[in-house]
Design a binder for this molecule. Structure first.
Ligand code: ATP
Length: 199
């Protein structure tokens, strides 16, 4: 599995559609200060479901939408698409190429899609969760982030390892199942009470 292309449209400083092509192995993005290198990394996190505006170096999520310049008006939406080569079947989906897209509208609302079909954030997270590219994004170590990984508490460190090992997906599913069981137990207790009252 490797990243094939990343397309940004209206994301941060990338007002016009811009596509980066990656090769297997090491790829380098070079450019002068302020030219948008970190914005490319932000776009990668964002399309994979990052929810924290601060992680994306903004105050709120709408800050990822192109805010305009002296020569160009602001845009109403940001869109990022990431195409992953899945010929080795690392992603649990029957396509050799998988494109994940995320769109955010300034007016509110956002959309996710996998290979052009609308989906939920959860679907994107589940798709990526066995690859270590899941929700907590420890595969992306941004500037200054290395310190926080090195200084992490043992609990946080365990979280990194679980994320990379794909355990978090099962923990989330277990939590969801436990919540359902608790709701069911409450329903059963209520029905038992009502039955007792009727008798
Ligand atoms: P450095 O080498 O200094 O770390 P960099 O190449 O990583 O720089 P970035 O931090 O990716 O640069 O890009 C910063 C630029 O992106 C700034 O000029 C900033 O104004 C611009 N920018 C960030 N968000 C937006 C936005 N929503 N709309 C327009 N431009 C934006």
């Amino acid at each position: 599995m490797h990243l094939r292309t990343l397309t940004l449209r209206g994301f941060k400083s990338f007002a016009s559609a811009t596509t980066l092509h990656f090769e297997p192995g090491i790829n380098a993005v070079v450019g002068p200060n302020g030219s948008g290198k970190s914005n490319v990394v932000d776009a990668l996190s964002w399309v994979m479901g990052e929810q924290g505006a601060k992680t994306l170096r903004g105050g709120n999520m709408a800050d990822v939408i192109f805010a305009g310049t002296s020569s160009r008006p602001p845009l109403g939406r940001a869109e990022v698409s990431l195409t992953i080569d899945n010929s080795d079947g690392a992603l649990p989906i029957e396509y050799t190429e998988v494109t994940i897209s995320r769109t955010l509208f300034r007016a509110g609302g956002s959309e996710y899609a996998i290979n052009g079909s609308s989906c939920r954030l959860l679907d994107v997270q589940e798709l990526l969760s066995d690859t270590g590219m899941g929700r907590e994004m420890h595969v992306i170590v941004g500037q200054g982030r290395l310190d926080s990984v090195l200084q992490a508490t043992p609990e946080d460190r365990r979280g990194f390892i679980e994320e990379a090992a794909g355990v978090l997906k099962h923990r989330r599913r277990k939590d969801k199942a436990v919540r359902k069981l608790e709701a069911m137990a409450a329903n059963v207790a209520r029905v038992t009470d009502l039955t007792a009252e009727i008798r």
